[in-house]
Design a protein around this ligand. Structure first.
Ligand SMILES: Nc1ncnc2c1ncn2[C@@H]1O[C@H](COP(=O)(O)OP(=O)(O)O)[C@@H](O)[C@H]1O
Ligand SMILES: Cc1cn([C@H]2C[C@H](O)[C@@H](COP(=O)(O)OP(=O)(O)O)O2)c(=O)[nH]c1=O
Length: 196
């Protein structure tokens, strides 16, 4: 079973993911990954003026490698995989970043993935106000600015509207312990009795 954690920067995904890894025996992974593809992605997002379409394809290359090297083999072994960000991050973030360059950016990014990706079985959406996200994350790169995060949030809402059964919302403005327990219990409930 494949579980993704999604939300705006500063919503607490990574903190919760790290705490889950201390307590649970799931397979933990993330995007951007630690591979050289992930290094290329991080180099691009730290570059002001980097071409947004080029950046989309770097993120997508990192995803393709992550899928074939880590995610699919773990799922084939029957493991529960918990990933800090996954394909919805591309639909929401690059959907916002390439606005104006193609007619329907979110649909375009989804179409690029559709033939090869493996959608999550469950996606936990860490819901947070963009302003709080910017405050928490400290806006260290161009993807963490408030106006941009408002577009990203609108894209996430569109994705949730399209697939309400896949997404579970968690109020990420609560104290960390409450967010963590909510996420842990959702995953426990959804994975009970499942092996893939
Ligand atoms: N529920 C919470 N309440 C207050 N601060 C939080 C909460 N969750 C995370 N933080 C803090 O916000 C910052 C960003 O958290 P992080 O887990 O890196 O978010 P993300 O991975 O979603 O960008 C960190 O300093 C973290 O300690
Ligand atoms: C995976 C992914 C991340 N991002 C963005 C979100 C973050 O601003 C940045 C780095 O991701 P990440 O290191 O996961 O940041 P965070 O701690 O907020 O989870 O890259 C995309 O724009 N598209 C993507 O496909």
């Amino acid at each position: 079973m494949l579980v993704s954690l999604e939300g705006l920067d500063g919503s607490g995904k990574t903190t919760v993911w790290e705490r889950l890894a201390e307590r649970e025996t799931y397979t933990f992974t993330h995007e951007p990954t630690g591979s050289w593809y992930g290094d290329a992605v991080r180099q691009s997002i730290d570059t002001d003026g980097a071409d947004p379409l080029a950046e989309l394809f770097l993120f997508t290359a990192d995803h393709a490698d992550h899928l074939s090297r880590v995610v699919k083999p773990a799922l084939d072994r029957g493991e529960v995989v918990v990933t800090d960000r996954y394909s919805d991050s591309r639909y929401a973030y690059q959907g916002a970043a390439i606005e104006g360059l193609v007619p329907d950016p979110v649909a375009y990014v989804q179409e690029i993935h559709q033939p090869f990706t493996r959608p999550p079985d469950l996606t936990i959406y860490f819901e947070i106000d963009p302003e709080t996200g910017v405050e928490r994350s400290g806006a260290t790169n161009k993807l963490e600015q408030q106006a941009f995060l408002e577009s990203v949030e609108a894209n996430y809402e569109r994705l949730i509207d399209a697939e309400p059964d896949r997404f579970v919302r968690v109020n990420a403005e609560q104290p960390l312990d409450a967010v963590f327990e909510a996420v842990a219990s959702i995953i426990e409930r959804e994975t009970a009795g499942q092996t893939d």
